[in-house]
Design a protein around this ligand. Structure first.
Ligand SMILES: O=C(O)C1=C[C@@H](OP(=O)(O)O)[C@@H](O)[C@H](O)C1
Ligand SMILES: C=C(OP(=O)(O)O)C(=O)O
Length: 423
């Protein structure tokens, strides 16, 4: 569908189970890791299964601006050609609202020579990066971010000098991933240590990072919990297959259980290794979801789970989700707001927890809810699920799904979902 023609989109409730086959897009997290690590390797790396979406296009464009060749073979296959070095770009790197691209590049550009400015859109300019800037400073990188958020200016000198660095990763695991990717390009082994509370959210994303680094020749060990030791191997060019995106898959798993449907995918999705794959088991418990769900290790699946919870038999409290407040928008509040637009009193916030007061009577009911997506792809995608079950759900700015899943609305249509201009 031509989504540009739809400033708002109304979802028509399904008349029966959703059935069909879906080709999931590639993982955003793995595409952006593979892009960067391949760019830091000398030679040609062939990446397949890659995602093409706003976040990955920003990463690719930034790498091109730093002298890396990226040649597309087809929509999901490309070759990254690199000397293994990044050149300082002629202009600031603009990374939209892509957290992965912004955080990973803030560290990696220390390997260039000259001034590099890492910047994003107005949302990204509100997402904290101070802890990463502080850690890079300790590694001897000359870097500043006066507001604690992008823009970040790095006076790159082709490397860094430190060998031990502590990082406070409570706000984002991406800081750790960024340091690890950089660390393999040092002159000596580097230890990256978590500061304080080691039970950070998104631990699984760090495992994704180390596995991707290892696929390009890096050597990473964990001498103790919360400490990673990275050997100074650099990276070697490699062929790499990006697995499908588990977070994107959560909407389809949820659509399946909500409608009693059956959706098949290009692979067995129980084999996905990304953190959000854990949410599948929780999704499958609907309409008897647990009373308390700890979202800390499946953060990007929380919006999906929260909308599912609205149609559950019993209330659900989401805990461990404080850092959802610093994602593309404040997701705790955006979810509460959207659920209350569907039915007043359907959800409330308690500290950083989100309580969803389940109401199975909503199934088949009518509402008049225009969902403010706050330009957040996950808010748009998760509230579309509510529209499958009840009439009157309108998604404002549906185009924002292009951040990670540009084909989302087409996929829903291919499953028989009717989408229309709001009445
Ligand atoms: O490393 C990654 O690929 C990601 C880590 C998570 O963010 P935080 O580490 O900021 O929580 C997640 O929400 C994001 O979509 C992708
Ligand atoms: C939080 C997200 O993205 P990022 O941090 O990579 O911008 C997301 O995709 O849900």
């Amino acid at each position: 569908m031509n989504i540009d023609a739809f400033p708002q989109l109304e979802i028509v409730p399904v008349k029966g189970p959703l059935k069909g086959r879906v080709v999931l897009p590639g993982s955003k997290s793995l595409t952006n890791r593979a892009f960067l690590v391949a760019a830091l390797a000398k030679g040609d790396s062939r990446l397949s299964g890659v995602l093409s979406s706003d976040d990955t296009v920003y990463m690719a464009a930034a790498l091109r601006d730093m002298g890396v060749g990226i040649d597309n073979e087809d929509e999901t296959t490309l070759t990254v050609r690199s000397t293994g070095k990044l050149k300082a770009p002629a202009k600031p790197l603009f990374l939209g609202n892509a957290g992965t691209a912004t955080r990973f590049l803030t560290a990696a550009v220390a390997l260039a020579d000259g001034e590099v400015v890492v910047d994003g859109d107005e949302h990204m300019r509100k997402r904290p990066i101070g802890p990463l800037v502080e850690a890079l400073t300790r590694l001897g990188v000359e870097v500043s971010a006066p507001t604690g958020c992008p823009p970040v200016t790095v006076h790159a000198k082709g490397g860094f000098s430190g060998d031990v660095v502590e990082i406070d990763a409570n706000l984002s695991s991406q800081y750790v991933s960024a340091l690890l990717i950089l660390a393999a390009c040092g002159e000596k082994p580097v230890e990256v240590r978590l500061r304080g509370d080691q039970a950070i959210g998104g631990r699984g994303y760090i495992d994704l990072t180390t596995r991707c680094m290892e696929a390009f020749g890096a050597k990473v060990s964990m001498p103790q919990a919360g400490v990673w030791r990275v050997e100074p191997t650099g990276y070697v060019a490699a062929d790499y297959l990006v697995e499908p995106d588990a977070s994107s898959c959560t909407y389809l798993w949820a659509a399946e259980v909500l409608t009693g449907g059956e959706i098949t995918f290009q692979m067995d999705t129980t084999a996905l290794t990304q953190p959000d794959a854990k949410s599948r088991d929780v999704i499958m418990t609907w309409p008897n979801m647990p009373a308390v769900i700890d979202g800390s290790q499946m953060q990007d699946a929380v919006p999906t789970l929260a909308v599912l919870a609205a149609f559950n038999k019993t209330p659900v409290r989401f805990v461990g989700i404080a850092n959802l407040r610093v994602k593309e928008c404040d997701r705790v509040s955006a979810l509460s707001q959207g659920l209350n637009a569907i039915r007043d009193g359907l959800a409330h916030e308690e500290g950083d927890d989100l309580i969803v007061h389940a109401d199975p009577a909503l199934i088949g009911a009518m509402t008049k809810a225009v969902i403010d997506t706050h330009n957040d792809h996950r808010i748009a995608m998760c509230f579309a699920l509510a529209g499958l079950m009840m009439s009157g759900v309108v998604i404002d700015n549906p185009k924002c799904v292009s951040k990670t899943f540009p084909g989302y609305w087409d996929v829903l249509e291919s499953l028989g979902v009717e989408l229309k201009h709001p009445a």
